[in-house]
Design a protein around this ligand. Structure first.
Ligand code: NAG
Ligand code: NAG
Ligand code: NAG
Length: 493
């Protein structure tokens, strides 16, 4: 890793800071644990655990050593790590002005801090309101055909006629395209093509160690952001002009940028600066791009490995269908009622209940986002300890998702856990999308993309893994070593 080149000179520098820091008076009742070196702390250890997808083991080791609440230095800040449903509830529901959604510096420098996830108080409410009003179900329902069109075009271009494909990079391009089309009204063409490479580099720097030296991942991310921002500012300008020209024509497809441009204060002044819109665009792209594509890639791998799930999904469970749920038609039946190339409808998606249970179980076992950071704005007491002002608080989704007391036999993949009549997991224990007032506002969009894409895949292709045991690393998003190589065959029509 190129990073190591810089470590030695840095250590000397950091060590001197460390000596300075030690002089400060520490509040009593800090959780046990070691902060390590300032700035770096134990970031390298965590990144290593992430790469091996062993964050739970890393947490568990520390818990065994220090108890359930412990401290560690991560990405430039002292950090208190918590776990369990109570901790999840605490992080997701505590007053957001005190426990803010501030991300480690690598994330906020790159994603931008005028964005939704970093905003607090009224700013957060305002921008979130625009996003939610755009992403709510009644609005999204109108766009199923648009998503479907992107998916069909994607399969036609990148899958049909091929023998082998790398699933993950392809699906990333697909999710990028869906977001461009639906949220930003950027149609296929040169503009999209210009944004994509910068965007990819930017995302890669998001959870790097915040050392801005040439050749670090962090540095590449910052440079990519710098190239991306003017393109987005141009786009905002175009949308604003278009909006002024067609002021009278209300109510055609409004994209998210237009929606944000239309927001007005009570006195009629604009509420959202171009800078805020830019950061939000980048945030929404970042949030939708890696997450949905990771989940879809895991599902493709699952269906290659598990014949029984595949068959239930495609053909349905005969006895189940007959006795319980005749309208739970499986993918094959849904496809039979369509003319070739005819778009899926909202109603079709609502029938894919088994598919969504399979996806939910995948979200439990392999949550695309597996770390949640917060920052304290004042000293907070938790579990008998003080978390000082300015520290980070961290939880990992997997700590509850893989807890044997909450999900029995947690490593077993079992979609039955999400059946309607199955016992519900306790509140704040199944949190792939977060929870509380900052819960991912795009769940319904993600669901729509996943159901529609999986439907088209299973009805058009069969596939097998080229490398049976291809594994993945977390960077921090799951990345398959070779992008998940599969051999595909078209299904007989
Ligand atoms: C299929 O139906 C049978 C009978 O209702 C049920 O026991 C079984 O769990 C079902 N399988 C799935 C995967 O839904
Ligand atoms: C496939 O999934 C089913 C249902 O969860 C599970 O019982 C079975 O063990 C899995 N099969 C394989 C080969 O992993
Ligand atoms: C990097 C960056 O843009 N930082 C700014 C984000 O917004 C806050 C206030 O909302 C500023 O204080 C930061 O400088």
């Amino acid at each position: 890793m190129e990073l190591e080149l810089f470590i030695t000179p840095l250590l000397l520098f950091l060590f001197s800071i460390f000596i300075l820091f030690r002089g400060k008076k520490k509040p009593d009742r800090l959780p046990p644990g070691y902060l390590g070196l300032p700035l770096i702390g134990q970031s390298l250890d965590l990144l290593k655990a992430l790469k091996a997808d062993k964050v739970e083991n890393w947490f568990q080791e520390k818990i065994t050593k220090h108890g359930p609440i412990w401290k560690v230095g991560l990405f430039g800040y002292p950090t208190v790590v918590l776990n369990g449903p109570t901790a999840n509830k605490f992080i997701y529901t505590f007053d957001g002005n005190i426990l803010t959604n501030t991300q480690p510096p690598s994330m906020s420098r790159i994603i931008g801090s005028k964005n939704l996830s970093e905003l607090t108080g009224n700013d957060h409410k305002r921008v979130r309101a625009a996003l939610t009003s755009f992403l709510k179900l009644e609005v999204l329902k109108q766009y199923v055909a648009k998503v479907d069109e992107e998916i069909q075009h994607h399969l036609q271009t990148h899958w049909h006629g091929k023998h082998e494909v790398q699933v993950q990079p392809l699906i990333k391009t697909l999710t990028f395209n869906v977001i461009c089309s639906l949220l930003f009204g950027i149609e296929r063409g040169p503009k999209r093509d210009k944004i994509l490479p910068h965007f990819k580099h930017m995302i890669e720097g998001v959870l790097a160690i915040p050392i801005n030296l040439p050749f670090t991942q962090f540095n590449r991310g910052i440079l990519a952001r710098r190239k991306l921002v003017p393109i987005i500012l141009d786009l905002i300008r175009e949308k604003r002009e278009a909006l002024e020209e067609q002021k009278q024509q209300a109510n055609h497809h409004k994209d998210l940028i237009t929606e944000l441009l239309c927001m007005r204060n009570e006195d009629g002044s604009t509420t959202t600066s171009d800078e805020e819109i830019t950061d939000n665009i980048i945030l929404v792209m970042a949030a939708g791009y890696d997450t949905t594509s990771a989940l879809l890639t895991f599902l493709v791998r699952l269906l290659a490995n598990n014949e029984s799930i595949y068959s239930t999904l495609v053909h349905g469970n005969a006895s189940y269908l007959r006795f319980y749920c005749y309208h739970c038609k499986k993918q094959e039946k849904i496809a039979k009622n369509k003319a070739h190339g005819e778009a899926l409808t909202w109603e079709d998606l609502t029938k894919m209940k088994y598919m969504w249970r399979v996806a939910s179980e995948m979200l439990r076992i392999n949550p695309p986002v597996n770390l949640n950071f917060r920052r304290t704005m004042q000293d907070i007491e938790y579990g008998g300890f003080i978390i000082p002002k300015g520290w980070q608080v961290l939880i990992s989704q997997s700590m509850t998702h893989m807890n044997n007391d909450i999900f029995q036999d947690p490593t077993m993949f079992d979609p039955k856990r999400f059946e309607k009549h199955a016992p519900q997991p306790p509140p704040f224990s199944f949190v792939p999308f977060g929870a509380g007032s900052r819960m991912c506002p795009a769940i319904e969009l993600a669901k729509m993309e996943i159901l529609a894409m999986m439907h088209h895949l299973v009805t058009r292709f069969t596939w097998e893994l080229v490398k049976k045991d291809e594994s993945f690393k977390r960077n921090p998003m799951p990345e398959f070593d070779q992008g998940l190589f599969v051999r595909i065959k078209p299904t007989k029509a």
